[in-house]
Design a protein around this ligand. Structure first.
Ligand code: ADP
Ligand code: UDP
Length: 236
């Protein structure tokens, strides 16, 4: 597989064309950002860890019948994926209150939600990813009702699969963000699944093992990402 021209870049990844027009090469960067890019840093090896962690999550989900853009990991920082027409909606799944839902609704962090919450945000940093609902989605033609049905069903299925998988590794899946896109007439999962896009808490101590350590200046960010990888690779 040949790496061709640079296509575009987000806050955490660079995308390149390949000699196959249906496939893209993702390069995971060490850049860490928070608060829509206001807070920035370089975290040595973050890209390597998120590439490997995304590989583990995508492979697990594929094995369980979830369609994803994942093809294979090519190197420490590079992953081959199916080229998607990304649907500009961030799909957030929440099991426990944390972060923006706690602020918005005045509920304490750590409160278990009686029912899984699905939220949608418009993927637009300039507008700070505003929350939207189905009416906005259809009014702006961001996705069709049939596509939203697939997205919601898949997001909830991913939650049902990842929760027990992580629990076994001593990790509570608090919340996470997914992105979906169109590929050959189908809507499939794209982007990444990593401690950048999920909240992971240690089951015993409640210690944060995710990007909140960076957002909240807690230190030990990379150590926490490494710990998640260690547990997923079968460590105890
Ligand atoms: P952001 O700063 O928007 O979060 P990232 O650096 O995480 O961006 O990712 C780069 C961009 O690649 C994002 O806009 C994301 O939606 C997009 N992307 C992810 N997976 C795919 C894919 N399979 N095909 C096309 N674009 C993708
Ligand atoms: N998230 C993400 N990208 C975003 C916004 C949120 O990956 O642009 C993830 C975040 O890591 C967390 C979940 O989505 O796991 C819910 O985030 P929340 O809405 O609480 O946002 P924040 O606390 O970052 O304001």
């Amino acid at each position: 597989m040949e790496k061709k021209e640079f296509l575009y870049e987000g806050k955490a990844k660079k995308m390149y064309r390949t000699d196959d027009h249906a496939l893209l090469l993702v390069e995971f960067k060490d850049d860490a950002t928070a608060f829509d890019g206001e807070k920035k840093d370089q975290l040595t090896d973050k890209g390597i860890l998120n590439n490997r962690l995304s590989e583990i999550f995508f492979s697990f989900l594929e094995k369980k019948g979830v369609k994803t853009h994942y093809v294979k990991r090519l190197s420490e920082r590079e992953m081959l994926v199916k080229a998607l027409e990304i649907i500009p909606i961030e799909v957030i799944v929440r099991n426990i209150a944390a972060g923006s839902i706690s602020k918005r609704l005045g509920i304490p962090e750590g409160m278990a939600l009686k029912k899984t919450v699905l939220e949608f945000s418009l993927k637009n940093d300039d507008l700070h990813d505003p929350m939207i609902n189905h009416y906005h989605i259809y009014a702006l033609d961001l996705a069709k009702p049939e596509e939203m049905a697939v997205i919601e069903k898949t997001a909830l299925k991913i939650n049902e699969l990842l929760q027990p998988y992580l629990k076994e590794k001593g990790i509570v899946l608090v919340d996470f963000k997914l992105e979906f896109g169109r590929h050959k007439g189908e809507v499939i999962l794209g982007d990444e699944i990593s401690p950048d896009t999920c909240r992971f808490w240690d089951s015993g101590s409640g210690e944060k093992l995710d990007k909140d350590r960076f957002r909240r200046d807690m230190g030990g960010v990379i150590e926490a990402y490494r710990e998640v990888l260690r547990r997923l690779e079968g460590g105890t």
